[in-house]
Design a protein around this ligand. Structure first.
Ligand SMILES: Cc1cc2nc3c(=O)[nH]c(=O)nc-3n(C[C@H](O)[C@H](O)[C@H](O)COP(=O)(O)OP(=O)(O)OC[C@H]3O[C@@H](n4cnc5c(N)ncnc54)[C@H](O)[C@@H]3O)c2cc1C
Ligand code: FES
Length: 382
């Protein structure tokens, strides 16, 4: 099966919140009940995420949250950390209660172990494929632990030969999400899991575990507790700068790109904030200076004219005629809006989501793709 398989077309359904558990003073774990008739739609692989949709102050908000537990039929768990000044994360921490319903998109995302790619939703097959592949390293910062804890647990449970080194960076001990779950995991797998908490604003015994993770600290880790040359797969999830720094240091240490999986929650760029270019009002140019945008979605063809002067994204144009065109972050981070470009050319502003293989196969992020030819055609079903 091709690498792109974990990205299936996602759809929203209302799900009921069955539990809310405080993780820290600023984060909650939300459990969503999945009814049996939707169980197949909400099957997932560790590392994938769902988008939540909510109308707040008359405005539709969509935000993505990684699933923080290994695949479990009948439920989904996500961890939501307050973002200072953030609209949805603060609303969710303050107002989501058991019994509430919220629109949840079916799981998607490609931040999954390469070794589980060919065995979507089949733990047995994952176990078989993982045999012999045993050394994994995960770096998480802050809420970046959510997909990582699911991946780490799945790897340890599925493969008795898996050994995982987890480096988890936070400001202080009180910010550490899933602190008890990580301790339980360590108790279950004492010889196969090492957890290194790095705290930027608290003194720890070892200098490697104190302060911000920078290039020097990484080099010192790579010389001691982690030996990059023997690691089969790396998982990185955190802010853009940290993920980029680790990728650079891994490249310098000779680690090949195809062993590294990473996920960004945000680019740190205010231009890429959620509502950026999805749903912006644009009117076709009566003088005829328009781009012809055609797309296929769920087997149906849609067509819309996009004024050249507006330089809008394909997603923005397509949303004018079909409200169910898939997107979540609208910032080039999550990959939900992916489609295959089958005619014409586009310029992609940002891409933090597509793998090189997907680009080569002709996939684009429609939220970031601006047509550079008079006509473009994309296929969301491909
Ligand atoms: C694939 C994926 C998985 C994710 N998984 C998780 C997860 O598991 N857990 C988790 O907690 N988060 C996760 N996120 C992040 C999450 O989707 C939200 O981005 C996050 O919760 C913030 O949303 P918000 O509505 O609270 O903040 P927003 O309102 O979107 O604001 C975000 C930040 O930008 C600032 N801001 C907003 N507008 C501007 C502006 N115009 N100029 C400058 N600054 C501005 C705000 O003050 C705030 O700090 C994930 C994101 C992605 C893409
Ligand atoms: S909607 Fe997230 S990358 Fe386009």
């Amino acid at each position: 099966m091709p690498l792109t398989s974990p990205r299936r077309r996602a759809r929203f359904h209302p799900l009921t919140v069955s539990a809310v558990r405080p993780l820290t003073a600023d984060a909650v774990e939300v459990t969503l009940a999945v009814p049996e008739e939707l169980a197949d739609d909400y099957g997932y692989v560790s590392g994938q995420y769902v988008a939540l949709r909510k109308e707040l102050d008359g405005k539709e908000i969509r935000r993505s949250y990684s699933i923080c537990a290994p695949p479990t039929r009948g439920e989904l768990k996500i961890g939501i950390k307050r973002d200072l000044g953030g609209v949805f994360s603060n609303w969710a921490n303050d107002h989501l209660h058991p019994g509430d319903t919220i629109d949840v998109m079916s799981p998607t995302g490609a931040f999954v172990s390469r070794h589980s790619m060919t065995s979507l939703n089949d733990p047995q097959a994952i176990a078989e494929e993982s045999r012999g592949l045993s050394r994994y390293v995960a770096f998480a910062a802050g809420s970046g632990i959510t997909p990582i804890i699911s991946i780490v647990r799945s790897l340890l449970e599925a493969n008795p030969e898996a050994y995982v080194n987890l480096v988890y960076a936070n400001r202080a001990a009180m910010d550490v999400m899933f602190v008890e779950d990580l301790a339980d995991l360590k108790d279950r797998f004492p010889a196969r899991l090492a957890v290194h908490h790095v705290l930027s604003r608290e003194q720890r015994l070892s200098p490697t575990h104190t302060g911000r993770i920078d290039a020097d600290k990484l080099r010192s880790m790579f010389g001691t507790m982690i030996r990059p040359e023997v690691v089969d797969e790396w998982f990185l999830c955190g802010p853009y700068e940290l993920v980029q720094l680790i990728r650079d240091e891994l490249a310098a240490a000779g680690v090949s790109e195809d062993r590294i999986r990473y996920e960004l929650f945000t680019t740190g760029d205010p231009k890429a904030t959620p509502e950026g270019n999805a749903g912006r009002a644009v009117v076709a140019d009566p003088t005829g200076e328009n781009v012809d945008v055609t797309f296929r979605l769920d087997g149906l063809e849609g067509r819309v004219e996009s004024p050249k002067s507006a330089d809008e994204s394909i997603l923005n144009a397509a949303l004018r005629v079909r409200g169910d065109v898939p997107f979540a972050c609208a910032g080039g981070v999550c990959g939900t809006c992916r489609a295959k470009l089958v005619e014409g050319e586009v310029e992609m502003t940002e891409n933090y989501a597509l793998e090189p293989e997907e680009i080569e196969a002709g996939y684009v992020l429609t939220c970031q793709s601006h047509p550079t030819t008079d006509a473009v055609r994309v296929d969301f079903d491909a």
